[in-house]
Design a protein around this ligand. Structure first.
Ligand SMILES: [Zn+2]
Length: 354
């Protein structure tokens, strides 16, 4: 039996003097005014609920094959047709579902996201925001790795924490807050410091689908996490900011994309004498990143969108094979392309994965 179809909840219509506009954003399609009657007939049938066959037959009988095909093509292009059972206002995830549908996700996107286990290393501002977002989407499990305590200076941007949480462990409080947001999410706080690459193999659970790194200490943690993910075939994204620039990526997908070591992403110190090295070390060891709720929010939001694309199997993440930068003070986007490097010491053909 043909399935009942209806109009997508995000469909809107405007008729101006020369065009009919159906939907906005990615959903936007334009129709010539000569299609006014057929499109309104089609929309009326969809509002009432119909089948694809009935819709085509009706439009073909009243107008022509060509008109019916064109109207159907535009409705499909803007994702305006959905199954009758698609949307329920009572479902807590209903708005996310329409979003997945609009950006090209199929019926399995929600289930894929909700069956995932994501591990977040670093429970600061970005970890706070991404975990709350994933909890909102109904993620199955979140593992938090952080041994830091909450400080007053964190409250400017780490929105899951309150004044009464100061001095408590970040990973524990974040777990508590995630559970408050969605009690269906399983949380796993690990209050351990990562001191060496081996620590990752000891503490990261086996069934993790994606690791998000939003910590910049110890100094080499991005390389350790990258190497662990390449070796264990786990997807990985580094999310943060470089001073006032938002930065994330490259999104590593095992056997498909470049890893963090495929390109030269971190500047090295070269040609310094002992005196120079001492000064460099002195300066760099007192470094404090300038941190603002705005950069935290933008970075977390941009990366989270890529995470949704990946976990939902919707499309390739935008930051795959690139390091993405966003400059909030000029609204500029910059990206550095990082192709898969066959000679990469970690993911290249010659690298040994014991
Ligand atoms: Zn590589």
């Amino acid at each position: 039996m043909d399935q009942q179809i209806t109009l997508s909840p995000f469909t809107r219509i405007k008729r101006s003097s020369d065009v009919i506009r159906l939907g906005f954003g990615t959903a936007s399609v334009h129709l010539n005014l000569s299609y006014e009657k057929p499109i309104f007939d089609a929309l009326d049938m969809l509002l009432e609920g119909t089948t694809k066959a009935d819709l085509i037959n009706n439009l073909t009988e009243k107008y022509s094959h060509v008109v019916a095909d064109h109207v159907l093509e535009l409705l499909n292009k803007g994702k305006h047709i959905v199954q009758q059972s698609f949307f329920s206002n009572e479902n807590r995830y209903s708005r996310n579902k329409t979003y997945y549908h609009l950006i090209g996700g199929d019926d399995t996107a929600e289930e894929k996201i909700q069956s995932s286990h994501v591990c977040i290393i670093g429970c600061g501002g970005i970890g706070n925001l991404i975990s709350m977002g994933l909890a909102g989407l109904g993620i199955r499990k979140l593992t938090f790795i952080d041994d830091d305590n909450i400080e007053f200076s964190n409250l400017s941007r780490q929105f899951a924490f309150s004044e009464s949480d100061v001095e408590l462990h970040k990973a524990s409080v974040l777990s508590r807050e995630v559970r408050k947001r969605n009690s269906n999410v399983s949380v796993n706080p690990i209050l351990t410091k990562i001191d060496c690459p081996k620590d990752l193999s000891t503490i990261i659970p086996d069934d993790v689908d994606l690791i998000i790194l939003s910590a910049d200490k110890p100094e080499n943690i991005v390389f350790w996490t990258n190497d662990f993910c390449v070796k264990n075939k786990i997807a990985f994204i580094n999310v943060g900011y470089v001073e006032d620039w938002v930065s994330f990526g490259p999104f590593f997908i095992p056997d498909q994309t470049s890893c963090y070591r495929c390109g030269q992403l971190i500047a090295k110190n070269e040609g310094l004498d002992l005196g120079g090295l001492k000064i460099v070390e002195k300066i760099n060891s007192r470094y404090q990143v300038p941190s603002s709720p705005s950069t935290n929010t933008i970075s977390a939001g941009m990366a989270l969108n890529d995470i949704i694309l990946y976990l939902g199997g919707i499309s390739f993440p935008v930051s795959a094979n690139t390091k993405q930068f966003y400059l909030p003070n000029t609204f500029e986007l910059k990206s550095i392309s990082i192709s898969r490097n066959p000679d990469c010491e970690v993911c290249g053909k010659e690298s040994t994965s014991e």
